[in-house]
Ligand binder design. Structure first.
Ligand code: GLN
Length: 634
């Protein structure tokens, strides 16, 4: 039976596959969006005009990917979310000790606008409340207030990775209604903490608060802090890693004012909120979150932002105090089926199908510690390269530990892939898959590959030649269609055929083993299948090292008698072989030497074809160097 191969059938849906992270973000956004509690701030009148239904949720990763749900592109004033970033700039410009002499780092246990300075020193308690932020702004480099503010705007822009601007209406309104902040300024100057003009210091503070950002900007700014000061989009370093450590520590203890303790306990994410409804949250070295939703709780923090962060933390296992899991790519290797194949010996037609259509099989070997960040990178690599993939093998043998969030993301990926016509199978230690949704689980990568190859072969044959051919394939490959014999001239085949003897094997029956005398006998698999096994381990158990399907041949000459391990060829299922014994070959050699010679050449050709294939696989294999995540650009 000849197969005219015309390409893989039923090509996978090439439409975009939604990352499970995006799906979860959308889900969280939809659910939290239903919350209608809270009130939009009105003490700065233009803020009162904000649409309370706006809600944007963005999540930036270490390698610069930004997931977005809802109104992530709507600009609003950053307000107090500027405080940790301006603090970072002051620390960068003046050093920790100078800044510490002016502004403390103890939680206030009071609101953002508390009028309270530390007894004895006259310092504001921390830089996350207005008093601290007014002093911090005055510490940033620049000879006068104008240049100082330009330095702040440039710094905030560097954190965001784009040029930011000011909302002049909000700025004018803050100045008009800013007596409370001015009062704080006078108190600071009276205590000797603030040098120079109160009006100018407060003006710089108001300008920083009036900077326009989006939820997407906030996610990138947060990720820049989280990654130690390098913007994940531009690759530019904004501040040093020591500085970001200090800033995130203060965000953890004071970022949410008098709610900081419970906030850190529940969400585990250092954060900072603002009265326009913005919020940043960070998970050091893993991700940055930006949220925008105007209605606030009585403390001045966005109600939906709090709920969204707590839910994301819970769903993704993001707590700061969780043991650290991998932050780089979890992908050890990603290959397509044209660069790797199982150890099954296949006849010509099947090999052709796999050679031409092998890219329909993808193999992804994961490794290490699977947490949110590492799994996210792996999942994106898979969803980003699914063109033409119909079967995906996820190999978990190198995975040391998987957080529940990793299992959830991978399970969601299985379901999403299935919708796009991709079947996912798992290979894992002892065939135990943690993924409930996977189609099948195997103890070895080889078995998983063989399974996918069988599926590809079966589907292709079914489509190319109809159900009869597929059934025929499963049944038998008669002698004239055997790999070795198919090119032999008909008259020679006529001489050979009567010399064959049939041999039937039950499943598990041994065809021959290492104790046999090697001879030249040839065994052609007509139907069923054989496997080559070695005995390994204590107690010894058979391990499959190769398998041979219908159309392929084995010889006892492959036995290695110097190999101390027991090596044997066993029937995998009810199997029929045609045997040309060594004795029969010897007799033929005497009668018709040219037939034996032709047979030897046919065997050599078949072997050479296999070696060529092995060589191609090796070359493709070497070309596919292990992938890793994008290293941080310092
Ligand atoms: N500009 C606002 C103020 O000083 C910022 C307050 C805030 O966002 N918590 O009142």
């Amino acid at each position: 039976m000849e197969v005219a191969f015309r390409g893989v059938v039923g090509v996978a849906d090439a439409g975009d596959i939604t990352s499970p992270v995006q799906q979860l973000l959308d889900e969280v956004h939809a659910r939290i969006g239903q919350i209608t509690d809270g009130r939009v701030a009105t003490y700065i009148p233009p803020l009162g005009k904000a649409d309370p239904s706006l809600f944007g949720l963005a999540l930036a990763t270490r390698d610069g990917h930004v997931y977005e749900a809802g109104d992530t592109g709507v600009p609003f004033t950053i307000q107090s979310v500027s405080k940790p970033f301006v603090y970072a700039l002051a620390l960068h410009d003046r050093g920790l000790n100078t800044v510490l002499r002016k502004v403390g780092v103890e939680p206030t246990g009071e609101g953002f606008d508390a009028i309270r300075l530390e007894a004895g020193t006259g310092r504001p308690l921390n830089p996350m409340v207005n008093a601290g932020a007014i002093v911090v702004g005055s510490l940033v480099d620049g000879g006068d207030w104008g240049r100082r503010f330009q330095r702040i705007l440039d710094g905030l822009s560097a954190f965001a990775g784009r040029d930011l601007s000011i909302d002049h209406e909000v700025l004018a309104s803050e100045e008009r209604t800013g007596d409370h902040n001015r009062a704080i300024g006078y108190l600071l100057r009276n205590a000797g903490t603030l040098d120079g003009s109160v009006d100018e210091a407060v003006k710089v503070y108001f300008m920083a608060c009036s900077t326009l950002v989006t939820a997407r900007d906030l996610a990138v700014m947060a990720m820049t802090l989280s990654s130690g000061g390098v913007n994940p989009l531009t690759g530019r370093r904004v501040v040093g890693t020591d500085t970001t450590e200090h800033v995130m520590a203060v965000m953890a203890t004071s970022g949410t004012y008098d709610f900081a303790g419970e906030w850190l306990l529940r969400s585990g994410l250092p954060a900072k909120s603002g009265v326009a409804g913005g919020l940043v949250a960070v998970l050091p070295s893993q991700l940055g979150i930006g949220v925008f939703s105007p209605p606030l709780d009585r403390r001045g923090t966005s109600v939906r932002a709090i709920a969204a962060c707590q839910e994301l933390s819970l769903r993704f296992g993001l707590h700061l105090m969780r043991p650290v899991t991998g932050t780089m790519s979890a992908i050890h290797r990603y290959l397509r089926g044209d660069a790797v194949s199982s150890r099954r010996s296949r006849r010509f037609a099947e090999r052709e199908i796999l050679r031409l259509g092998g890219r329909a099989i993808a193999l992804c070997e994961l490794q290490g510690d699977l947490g949110f960040a590492s799994t996210d990178i792996a999942v994106r690599a898979i969803t980003g390269d699914h063109d033409g993939v119909r079967w995906l093998i996820l190999d978990l043998h190198r995975v040391v530990r998987a957080e529940p969030v990793a299992v959830n993301l991978l399970d969601a990926l299985v379901r999403e892939l299935r919708e796009h016509g991709v079947t996912m199978v798992v290979s894992a230690v002892d065939g135990r898959s943690p993924l409930a949704s996977a189609e099948a689980a195997f103890a070895s990568l080889d078995e998983a590959l063989e399974w996918c190859e069988d599926a590809l072969v079966a589907e292709t044959l079914l489509a190319e030649t109809g159900p009869a051919a597929e059934a025929d394939r499963a049944e038998a490959v008669p002698l004239p269609e055997q790999d070795v014999l198919r090119d032999l001239p008909a008259d020679m085949l006529d001489v050979l055929t009567p010399l064959f003897a049939e041999r039937r094997l039950a499943p598990g029956e041994v065809l021959f083993d290492v104790r046999d005398e090697p001879d030249e006998s040839l065994y052609f698999v007509i139907s069923g299948g054989l496997v080559a096994q070695v005995m390994q381990g204590e107690p010894a158990e058979p391990v499959q090292v190769a398998s041979m399907g219908p159309g392929t041949a084995v010889t006892k000459l492959t036995l290695r008698r110097d190999d101390p391990r027991t090596y044997r060829i066993v029937a995998d299922e009810p199997t029929v072989c045609q045997v040309l014994t060594g004795a029969a070959l010897k007799r033929l050699e005497a009668d018709r030497p040219q037939v034996v010679e032709a047979l030897h050449w046919a065997m050599a050709r078949s072997l050479a074809a296999r070696l060529r294939r092995a060589d191609q696989l090796l070359a493709a294999h070497v070309a596919s160097a292990p992938r890793s995540g994008t290293p941080p650009r310092d």
